[in-house]
Design a protein around this ligand. Structure first.
Ligand SMILES: [Zn+2]
Length: 275
């Protein structure tokens, strides 16, 4: 029997989330012969529509947005050489408090055990050694990101733990560097909404367990992001240009929350202890 290759599974909320926080690891590990599985939980219908039309504005047609974003996701997977794309196709729930949160097929409105069982089925099929998702705040509080976190942690329990589970994060030092570069190149930084109840973003550097250098795959990561150029947040990142983007976003960082390998931390490889 042929030896099974190591497998990475990344669980994301929307089409495009794979690019910014895990585009580098998806590209790097695929290049190293590791099987990569991307699970995208929602259809992204609450995103910007063709021509930049915002959800709720006249002319925003959710079905057209879904079709556009599905094609973008396929192009992104091509750029990152993702081995298997799986979509759960829940309706994008929109931002916290939007009426779309309560839509019948909205991801946020789906009981965790129900969605977790579907993800557990994929874990049983692909048997990932490493699973990556968001922290309990979904990094920045988006309901679909929080739900992706919840169903992933539940699915891992149901399906038998992969050897390692990680949450994506950003070191605080990177935010400072990011702000500095933005100022330098005169790119307008979106003002944080002071009224929003936002969790603190990222972690102090010393709490980060895993720093993966993906700068050698910056071209692919940028290409993946460029595939999602219909979304305003991505256009913002694309303004950096590939070189600066890679410099700022080429180190992907994680917190290891489950581990059976005993690999010492800090580590520089999601597969440390497995190969
Ligand atoms: Zn998202």
């Amino acid at each position: 029997m042929a030896e099974r290759s190591l497998t990475l599974m990344a669980v994301h909320a929307h089409p495009d989330d794979e690019a910014t926080s895990t585009g580098g690891v998806l590209a790097r590990y695929a290049a190293e012969g590791i099987t990569t599985v991307l699970v995208t939980c929602t259809d992204g219908r609450c995103g910007d529509g063709p021509g930049g039309v915002k959800p709720g504005e006249p002319g925003h047609d959710p079905q057209a947005v879904v079709a556009m974003r599905r094609a973008e996701l396929a192009a992104s997977c091509e750029a990152l050489q993702v081995s298997h794309l799986e979509t759960l196709d829940y309706a994008d729930s929109g931002m916290m408090g939007w009426a779309t949160n309560d839509a019948p097929h909205a991801f946020w409105n789906t009981p965790v055990p129900e969605a977790a069982e579907r993800l557990a089925e994929l874990i049983r099929r692909y048997r990932p050694d490493v699973v990556v998702t968001y922290d309990e705040n979904g990094f920045y509080g988006h309901p679909d990101h929080i739900q992706a976190h919840r169903i992933t942690m539940a699915a891992v329990e149901l399906a038998g733990s992969p050897a390692k589970v990680y949450w994506t994060t950003v070191p605080r030092s990177a935010f400072e560097e990011f702000g500095r570069v933005m100022k330098e190149i005169g790119v307008e930084f979106p003002e944080p909404d002071e009224s929003a109840d936002m969790p603190a973003l990222g972690l102090p550097d010393e709490e980060i367990t895993t720093w993966v250098d993906t700068r050698g795959y910056g071209g692919q990561k940028f290409e993946s992001l460029a595939a999602h150029a219909s979304q305003a947040e991505n256009i913002f990142f694309l303004q950096l240009g590939q070189e600066r983007f890679t410099e700022l976003m080429g180190m992907e960082t994680f917190v290891r929350v489950r581990d059976t390998t005993g690999a010492p931390t800090p580590e520089d490889d999601l597969f440390a202890g497995l190969r």
